[in-house]
Design a protein around this ligand. Structure first.
Ligand SMILES: [Fe+2]
Length: 179
């Protein structure tokens, strides 16, 4: 599985009080990194209590409607990277899907936001799993994936990336801590 719902006290909503989504994050689609202090204190406390360290707090704003290209985060399919994602906007209709890629070898390149990612052309992909959720979810970002925003409104996603105490970062480890 590439997806797990997280059900932990303090994790229901990620942002601290006083953040109005559109005022604070703006309305321009893209990926922006923010300091950890946009997160609620109970969430930050629980993350450190569990021995996890946040490497990045990313906010994705997807236009609506929008069909993202299938890609992996990073440079290696199956590298086991992960994210914990919350959708914090009223975006009524969207899905995240994961895909199997069977095709030619690929090269990675930084995208406009400076994130290293690799596109996996859809003609070589078959769908493995499709999800929509509320609240936090652990997602595998090194299996080819995409978001489809079927809404006509912007979709705001808060995405946390973690590092292990020993410097590594992987889906199975974060899963063992959170699920
Ligand atoms: Fe991604």
């Amino acid at each position: 599985m590439n997806f797990y719902k997280i059900s932990l006290p303090g994790w229901e909503y990620p942002l601290r009080d006083g953040i109005n989504i559109t005022d604070y994050f703006g309305t321009t689609p893209g990926i922006t990194r923010y300091p950890e202090d946009i997160l609620s204190q109970p969430l930050r406390d629980d993350i450190s209590r569990r021995g996890l360290r946040i490497s990045e707090v990313q906010v994705f704003i997807s236009p609506g409607p929008h069909n993202m290209k299938i890609h992996i985060d990073g440079t290696e399919i199956g590298a086991n990277h992960c994210a914990v994602n919350w959708i914090v906007s009223k975006s009524p209709s969207w899905v995240m899907s994961w895909h199997e890629y069977i095709g030619p070898d690929l090269v990675s390149e930084p995208n406009a936001a400076g994130t290293i990612y690799m596109e996996t052309p859809s003609e070589f992909c078959t769908t493995l799993e499709t999800r929509m959720w509320t609240g936090p979810a652990l997602v595998n970002t090194s299996v080819p994936h995409k978001i489809v925003n079927l809404s006509t409104t912007l979709r705001y996603c808060i995405s946390l990336r973690f590092v292990r105490a020993d410097g590594g970062s992987d889906f199975d480890y974060v899963k063992s801590v959170l699920i």
